[in-house]
Write a protein that binds this ligand. Structure first.
Ligand SMILES: Cc1ncc(COP(=O)(O)OP(=O)(O)O)c(N)n1
Ligand SMILES: Cc1nc(C(=O)O)sc1CCOP(=O)(O)O
Ligand SMILES: [Mg+2]
Length: 224
């Protein structure tokens, strides 16, 4: 039976930011364009001071728009820059360590790939969300697993902890994940690489929000 979806957009930054000032302007335009619940600063293979510099520039912008700001991989940097939380993967700091460092109010999300077991473990430990992926082909990361929308419906039906869908999501392919019960769509290239002659990242945020608003939740059947 279809019902209204509460799905929201979760932005992941590009893995490199060569010009933080230029990105800050695009970032602000994107946040202005439509609802964004959360942003994750996901810089890869860069020195800590670049992560700190980018976080210091972007956090005040995110907070101006009431958007939560998370750091990828590094609870220590999240604490240092005053971020709202951290996203950790299965090979990053353990959940318990991140929680101990960041305290009870921090948002801590955990990568669970396509695994029910990992998601139940993260939920029991106290994660604020569990992330499943990758749902589609992506050039942003060599994603080790492929998830299917049924896992979102399974989680949505059985658990209170929100679930995030990630991996290759864009304006064209977002709807089935909203329908399947994703609480958040985590999107990187689908926003930042949106063609500038079609309005660029700001237009992508607007368009994904329109898809979300137009798509009721209609949970899929899943194996018990
Ligand atoms: C929301 C969200 N989900 C999954 C990931 C992937 O985390 P991880 O497996 O640690 O891989 P890296 O992002 O660190 O390459 C994520 N970052 N965010
Ligand atoms: C960071 C990340 N994690 C994934 C996972 O499957 O856990 S897929 C992925 C890439 C997300 O970027 P894009 O929206 O450009 O595909
Ligand atoms: Mg990681």
């Amino acid at each position: 039976m279809p019902s209204a979806s509460n799905c929201r957009l979760y932005l992941i930054t590009p893995p490199r930011l060569d010009d933080v000032a230029a990105f800050s302007r695009v970032f602000e335009a994107a946040l202005k364009a439509g609802d964004v619940a959360c942003v994750q600063l996901r810089l890869k293979d860069v020195p800590d001071d670049e992560v700190i510099e980018a976080a210091t520039a972007l956090i005040p912008i995110a907070h101006d728009y009431d958007v939560a700001f998370l750091i990828n991989d590094r609870p220590d940097i999240a604490k240092k820059v005053g971020a709202d939380g951290v996203h950790i993967g299965q090979d990053d700091a353990p959940y318990s360590e991140a929680r101990k460092l960041l305290g009870p109010d921090a948002i801590i999300g955990v990568t669970c790939h396509d695994s029910r077991h990992l998601a139940m473990k993260a939920g029991e430990q106290g994660a604020d969300y569990v992330a499943f992926g990758a749902f589609y082909d992506t050039a942003t990361k060599q994603a080790p697993t492929r998830a299917t929308p049924e896992i979102l419906s399974w989680w949505q039906q059985l658990f209170e902890v929100p679930c995030v869908a990630i991996g290759g999501i864009n304006v064209e392919n977002a709807a089935p994940l909203v329908a399947a019960g994703a609480d958040f769509l985590a999107v990187s290239s689908g926003v930042w690489s949106y063609p500038s002659d079609e309005g660029g990242p700001a237009q992508a945020v607007k368009a994904i929000n329109e898809v979300i608003a137009a798509t009721p939740m209609s949970l899929l059947e899943f194996d018990a």
